[in-house]
Structures are given as structure tokens and as C-alpha cells.
Design a protein around this ligand. Structure first.
Ligand SMILES: NC(=O)c1ccc[n+]([C@@H]2O[C@H](COP(=O)([O-])OP(=O)(O)OC[C@H]3O[C@@H](n4cnc5c(N)ncnc54)[C@H](OP(=O)(O)O)[C@@H]3O)[C@@H](O)[C@H]2O)c1
Length: 278
């Protein structure tokens, strides 16, 4: 297959390019392709003539999106319109990477692919806008709490804070499934190569909270997990501009019901990543 990856400079984009080795893969980082530029997107896709476009590019700065909603929608929603249009011109399939933040997090249960969306934040609304730009037959992969070796994420933040402070505070009232890009990229390859349409929730298994996740990171790096203290979201100082869903746990129901392999429990890739970083 010939595959274009947008956002190839990001943490997931980097690992997608790796995961598609053996296929013809063209990774385009933001400086090579700005998805908000319609002409550039159409030219890139019609020049390369891919079989599939994996659209991982997004403006992922969740709090900054609240301050700059127009840019959030220009990149995440309109940018996806451009990708969908380009793919349509050459008959390529689109696989769009979306987010748990399309849900409001009020459900007591893990979210299935068919549950009603209700994003709380500008980022979530703009990503849902992107979902709505896709042609039927496209693939949507909703994921959550993404961590990769190449980029900024909570694992690196916790290790940095632990080297600077004696005690750390993390919220214990937001629940989710940390997802590691090396695993996620392989699952996306399976869906793209298998030409599977529809929405798939794809996360590593095992729900946790940011507090418990931070404790696990300290444990895996040989530090005392008791240095991490639990707080509530309302105790965060300063308060974060973007509201986050309290429940971000995604039931990977479509994978499960289709008999496709689920990703491993998140503790396995977390331990590997912490060992690589320390
Ligand atoms: N991170 C998470 O926790 C999370 C959770 C759920 C879903 N997702 C989704 O997963 C996908 C990958 O996220 P990630 O964690 O790998 O984030 P990331 O590291 O921020 O990667 C996103 C990439 O998109 C690029 N980008 C930003 N604006 C662009 C534009 N106008 N045109 C082209 N590229 C642009 C960024 O470039 P610059 O760095 O140069 O700006 C970055 O390299 C995204 O679609 C995101 O919405 C992420």
C-alpha cells in the first residue's frame, strides 16, 4: 500500500511511519504539509496518489485551543475537510485519529463507539467537527491519554517534575486508559491494511487516574510512589482553561466484537517506556 501520514512529526505520527515500514509510507510533518492550507493538501495528495491517508495531524494543545478556537477549528475540523476532499479526488481511504474528548465524561460506564458525543472543550468540539467531515467508509480511531517516546506527554512530565520536586500532586478524579503510540500505530495499521470502515475505540487496556498513573511511573523508575498525592480537579491551581471529561474510559467494543486483538494492559508499555527514558 502507498500511505500518507499527516502530522508525521508528532508522537503518534512518528510511530505510524515506523509501523508502516514494508509499505510505501510518506510521512508529512507540519512544516511539509499544513493541513489548514487547502491547496497544499490537495496538491500533496493528488501528487502522491496514496491508497490511504492516515490523518494524525491535529492541534493538540487542549488548553490553548480554548483561547484560540478559530485556529483549533481551522486545523482540526477544516483541516480534516481538506484531507477528506484530497482523498476523494484520488480514491484514497481516510483513517482519522480522534479523541476521548468527544465525550462529556458523565457516563458511569466506559464509552462505546455508538454512544452519544457531547464534547466539553473547544479541542473536543473541533475534533468532533473533523469526524463529521469524513465520507462514509472512512475509519475513525478514537484514542486517549496518548504517550510516545517522540514527543511531549504525561510520562515525560511526571519524570521531569519528580526530578524537580519532593512531592507531586495529580488529580484522582479523571479516569482513562493511557495509550502508547507504538501499540496504537500497529492497531491502526491492522485497520488500514484490512480496509475496515467505521469508528473504533483503540486504547491500551486498564483504566487508571492521573494520580495512580503518576505513582506507577515513579515505581517503574525506582522512586517512592508515596511522593505523589491525590487532589481533585477543582483543587488544581491554577485551574486549567479546558474542562476535561471525568470519565475518558473507552470501551474498545468494535475491536472486541469484531474479534480483533485488543492492545495490552497499559502497565506493560509504561514500564518499557519509563525504563527507556531513565
Ligand atoms: N495526545 C493525546 O493525549 C491524544 C488523545 C486522544 C487523541 N489524540 C489524537 O491523536 C493524534 C496524534 O496526537 P499526538 O499525541 O501524536 O499529538 P502531537 O504529538 O501534538 O502530534 C500532532 C502533530 O500534528 C502537527 N500539527 C499541528 N498543526 C498542524 C497543521 N496545521 N498541519 C499539519 N500538522 C499539524 C503537530 O505539529 P507541531 O508539533 O509542529 O505543532 C504535531 O506534530 C491527534 O489527531 C490527536 O488529536 C491525542
Amino acid at each position: 500500500m502507498r500511505v500518507v501520514v499527516t502530522g508525521a512529526g508528532g508522537q503518534l505520527g512518528h510511530d505510524l511511519v515506523e509501523a508502516f515500514q514494508g509499505h510505501e509510507v510518506i510521512g508529512l510533518a507540519r512544516h511539509q504539509l499544513d493541513v489548514s492550507d487547502r491547496e497544499a493538501v490537495l496538491q500533496a495528495i493528488t501528487t502522491v496518489q496514496p491508497d490511504a491517508v492516515i490523518h494524525a495531524a491535529a492541534w493538540t494543545a487542549v488548553d490553548a485551543c480554548e483561547e484560540h478556537p478559530d485556529w483549533a477549528f481551522a486545523v482540526n475540523a477544516l483541516g480534516t475537510r481538506h484531507v477528506a476532499e484530497g482523498a476523494r479526488l484520488v480514491g484514497a481511504r481516510v483513517c482519522y485519529v480522534s479523541t476521548d474528548y468527544v465525550f462529556d465524561g458523565t457516563s458511569p460506564d466506559p464509552y462505546r463507539e455508538w454512544d452519544a458525543t457531547n464534547p466539553l472543550s473547544v479541542y473536543g468540539k473541533s475534533k468532533l467537527g473533523g469526524e463529521r467531515e469524513l465520507d462514509p467508509g472512512s475509519t475513525i480511531v478514537r484514542t486517549a491519554w496518548v504517550c510516545g517516546l517522540h514527543g511531549n506527554n504525561m510520562v515525560k512530565t511526571v519524570l521531569r517534575l519528580a526530578s524537580e520536586h519532593d512531592t507531586l500532586s495529580f488529580v484522582n478524579d479523571q479516569h482513562g486508559c493511557p495509550t502508547f503510540t507504538a501499540d496504537l500505530a500497529v492497531a491502526i495499521r491492522t485497520l488500514v491494511v484490512g480496509r475496515l470502515p467505521g469508528t473504533f475505540h483503540v486504547t491500551n487496556q486498564g483504566a487508571t487516574t492521573w494520580f495512580q498513573f503518576a505513582r506507577d511511573i515513579l515505581s517503574f523508575s525506582g522512586q517512592d510512589p508515596e511522593r505523589v498525592h491525590p487532589i481533585t480537579t477543582s483543587e488544581l491551581v491554577p485551574a486549567r482553561p479546558a474542562p476535561r471529561p471525568a470519565n475518558s474510559v473507552l470501551d474498545n467494543a468494535a475491536l472486541r466484537l469484531q474479534g480483533l486483538p485488543l492492545l495490552s494492559d497499559h502497565h506493560e508499555p509504561l514500564e518499557r517506556m519509563v525504563k527507556e527514558l531513565t
